[in-house]
Design a protein around this ligand. Structure first.
Ligand code: LMR
Length: 331
C-alpha cells in the first residue's frame, strides 16, 4: 500500500519530470536535398540561426542537407508522417502528394523575370496555391527563390532539335515531362541526389537546372556543354507538418514566422548572385562550352515549347494560367 510519503514522492517525481519536459527545446528537423552552399542551403542555416535566437533557444533547428535523410519523394512523405518538421522542396515536386497546381511554375517561359514572378508568389495567387497544401497535412509558409534554368549536355544545344532523342533528367513534374517531349527528348524522372552519377555513367545524356544546383553537384565535370536558356524557373515552397505547426505555442509560432520572413528576404537576396557566381566558376574551369541563345534562337525555343501550355492546361488549371498571365501582364 502507498503511504503518504510515497505518494508525495511519486507526485514530486511526476512534477519534476513534467517540468524537465517543459524545459526541453522543441526540435525542428529541416531536411533538404541540395548542397549547403546553394541559396536554399544557406537559407536553411540562416533560418536555424534566426529561429533559435528569436525563440531564445526554446526551438532548436537541425538542418540535414544533401538528401542525407531523405531523397526528393521520401522527404515529403516523411514530412506528412512527422518524421521531419520542415522542408523546402522545389515547386516541381508536389504532384506526388496530390497538389499538381504547383507545376504551373514549371511552365516554360512563364515568367519574363523575377519581378513578374513576385507578382504571383507575393500576391493572392501565391497564397491560394499554398492553401491547397492544407488538405495533405502540410502547411505552406513561404516561397524561396532559386532562379532560372540552363540546359546541359555533351553536345552543343543551340536549336530545339539538338535535344531530339536525348535522355534528359527531370524532376517529378508532368509539365517538365511535357516540356522535354516537346523537344522530342526522353524525359527521365530521377531524384536530385542521383543526377551526377546518372550523367557520369550515361544513364542520362543531359539535364536542366539552375547554375547553382549544377555547379554544386559538379555537373560541369561530366557535361561539356551548357546553354544559358533561362527557359524555366526553379523555386521552393517552405513547408511544415501542419499538425506540428498548429500545435506550437502561439508565441513560438509568431517568432518562427518572424524568423522565416527575415530568412525569405535573405534567400531572395542571395539567390541571383549565387547563380551568377556559379556560372563564373564553371566558366573559369575552362572545361565547359557555354552558349547564350541569340534572340532568334530564343524565339525558336519559345515556339517549340508553346504547345506545352495548352497540353498541360487541364493538369494545372486553365484558369490559373490566365490569372498568372493577368498578374504578370504576359500576352
Ligand atoms: C532538383 O531536383 O532538380 C532541384 O530542384 C533540387 C532543389 O531542391 O533545388
Amino acid at each position: 500500500m502507498f503511504n503518504k510519503t510515497m505518494v508525495s514522492a511519486v507526485l514530486g517525481l511526476a512534477f519534476f519530470s513534467h517540468n524537465a519536459q517543459a524545459a526541453e527545446p522543441i526540435i525542428i528537423k529541416f531536411s533538404h536535398v541540395v548542397a549547403p552552399n546553394t541559396p536554399k542551403g544557406q537559407a536553411a542555416e540562416r533560418f536555424k540561426q534566426l529561429a533559435e535566437k528569436m525563440t531564445a533557444g526554446r526551438v532548436k533547428v537541425q538542418v540535414y542537407p544533401n538528401s542525407q535523410l531523405y531523397k526528393d519523394k521520401e522527404e515529403l512523405e516523411a514530412l506528412q508522417l512527422g518524421a521531419v518538421q520542415m522542408l523546402a522542396p522545389s515547386l516541381a515536386k508536389f504532384g506526388p502528394v496530390g497538389v499538381k497546381e504547383f507545376e504551373i511554375f514549371d511552365m516554360p517561359y512563364l515568367f519574363q523575370d523575377k519581378v513578374a514572378l513576385r507578382k504571383v508568389t507575393d500576391g493572392p495567387i501565391g497564397q491560394k496555391l499554398l492553401a491547397k497544401l492544407d488538405k495533405t497535412g502540410i502547411k505552406g509558409l513561404a516561397y524561396w527563390d532559386n532562379g532560372f534554368k540552363i540546359m546541359t549536355a555533351n553536345k552543343p544545344i543551340i536549336q530545339p532539335d539538338d535535344m531530339r532523342g536525348l535522355k534528359l533528367r527531370i524532376q517529378s513534374s508532368k509539365v517538365l515531362e511535357a516540356q522535354m517531349r516537346a523537344f522530342n527528348a526522353l524525359p527521365q524522372n530521377m531524384a536530385f541526389s542521383e543526377v551526377y552519377q546518372a550523367l557520369q555513367t550515361g544513364v542520362v545524356d543531359g539535364t536542366e537546372n539552375t547554375p547553382s544546383n549544377i555547379y554544386t553537384q559538379k555537373v560541369h565535370e561530366v557535361q561539356t556543354n551548357m546553354t544559358l536558356s533561362n527557359h524555366g524557373y526553379v523555386g521552393y515552397a517552405v513547408v511544415v507538418n501542419k499538425k506540428f505547426w498548429d500545435g506550437l505555442p502561439a508565441d513560438i509560432r509568431a517568432s518562427l514566422e518572424r524568423a522565416l520572413k527575415e530568412t525569405t528576404v535573405y534567400n531572395n537576396t542571395i539567390a541571383q548572385k549565387d547563380n551568377d557566381d556559379a556560372i563564373a566558376a564553371m566558366k573559369a574551369t575552362g572545361k565547359v562550352a557555354f552558349h547564350t541563345p541569340t534572340p532568334q534562337e530564343r524565339q525558336a525555343w519559345m515556339a517549340k515549347l508553346k504547345p506545352v501550355e495548352k497540353d498541360m492546361a487541364s493538369r494545372v488549371g486553365a484558369g490559373l494560367i490566365q490569372e498568372i498571365n493577368q498578374a504578370t501582364r504576359r500576352k
